[in-house]
Design a protein around this ligand. Structure first.
Ligand code: HPA
Length: 281
């Protein structure tokens, strides 16, 4: 039986983390979908810790990568970067999926920037392009706030009318323009996975108002908003969603598109961090 990740336990984990890392002033959490390397001038990667050394529940290890948390430092400021994330479709419980987000919030992070890969439902969204998420549809059938104690992290019925911070969306739009590439904006449909959608499901999602579809991010955004963090999510449209074109979908294609667009996404994240966390003496 794994421990319940109650507020008391998470507070203890946050204290242990602080003691272990001397984490300074944690400003933001960046959730880097797998493969997004990260570099911002002035910030140094100080330490990388596997999730398994932070959280008291079993972390699955896939060959070739492990989920870790890297502390980036600039003077007293810390940026927490999640390399990889936990997904519901792996069998993690919702409170496990959002444990790193809650930890970051308890350490003081006021902003979460989440990145992910999606299938493009809106035909105007080109594969390989970046989409700034403006809203979501939670179609995962789960919510990390269900249960007897989640409300201790925040209000029981949190407002989600501006889950994706309008000011941050505007900043992302400006930063992309400054970097010389276009971004689209759209609604993220969060599904459970891990099978890709059927063409009928994609038609239904389109009718529901979704622009892109993915298997992550929604629980993290709910938990982050619940704890008062400002949220931005950037999506790499890795492939046309099922039925938008005739070929079958493959995980390899998603990974390839990720590699091709990673440079742009990295640049956008760098500009956002520079703008959102200015270097103050
Ligand atoms: N569907 C769901 N999740 C995804 C997709 C997709 O087509 N591409 C990348 N993640």
């Amino acid at each position: 039986m794994t421990n319940e990740l109650t507020p008391a336990l998470l507070r203890r984990l946050a204290e242990d983390f602080r003691a272990r890392t001397n984490s300074g002033r944690v400003r933001a959490l960046l959730v880097a979908g797998s493969g997004l390397g990260f570099e911002v001038p002035g910030w140094e990667a100080e330490e990388t810790i596997p999730f398994g050394e932070i959280f008291p529940f079993p972390i699955q290890t896939l060959e070739g990568h492990s989920e870790t948390l890297t502390l980036w430092r600039r003077g007293e400021d810390t940026l927490l970067v999640m390399n990889g994330r936990l997904h519901l479709y792996q069998g993690y419980r919702p409170e496990e999926v959002v444990a790193p987000v809650r930890l970051a919030a308890l350490l003081g992070a006021g902003i979460m920037i989440a990145t992910n890969a999606t299938g493009a439902i809106d035909p105007a969204i080109e594969p390989g392009s970046i989409v700034v998420i403006t809203d979501h549809l939670n179609l995962q059938g789960r919510n990390p706030l269900v249960g007897p104690w989640a409300r201790e992290f925040g209000t029981q019925f949190p407002d989600m009318s501006q889950a994706y911070d309008p000011e941050l969306i505007a900043i992302a739009r400006r930063a992309a323009a400054a970097a010389g590439f276009e971004v689209s904006e759209g609604v993220y449909a969060g599904v459970l996975g891990p099978s890709f959608e059927t063409p009928a499901e994609v038609r239904a999602l389109r009718t529901l108002g979704a622009s892109v579809v993915g298997m992550s991010t929604v629980p993290e955004v709910i938990a982050a908003r619940h704890m008062g963090m400002r949220v931005m999510a950037l999506s790499l449209a890795a492939n046309p969603a099922a039925g938008i074109r005739t070929e079958a979908l493959s995980h390899e294609e998603v990974l390839q598109a990720g590699k091709a667009a990673a440079g742009r996404l990295r640049k956008l994240v760098r500009l956002l961090v520079e703008e959102l966390i200015p270097d103050q003496p």
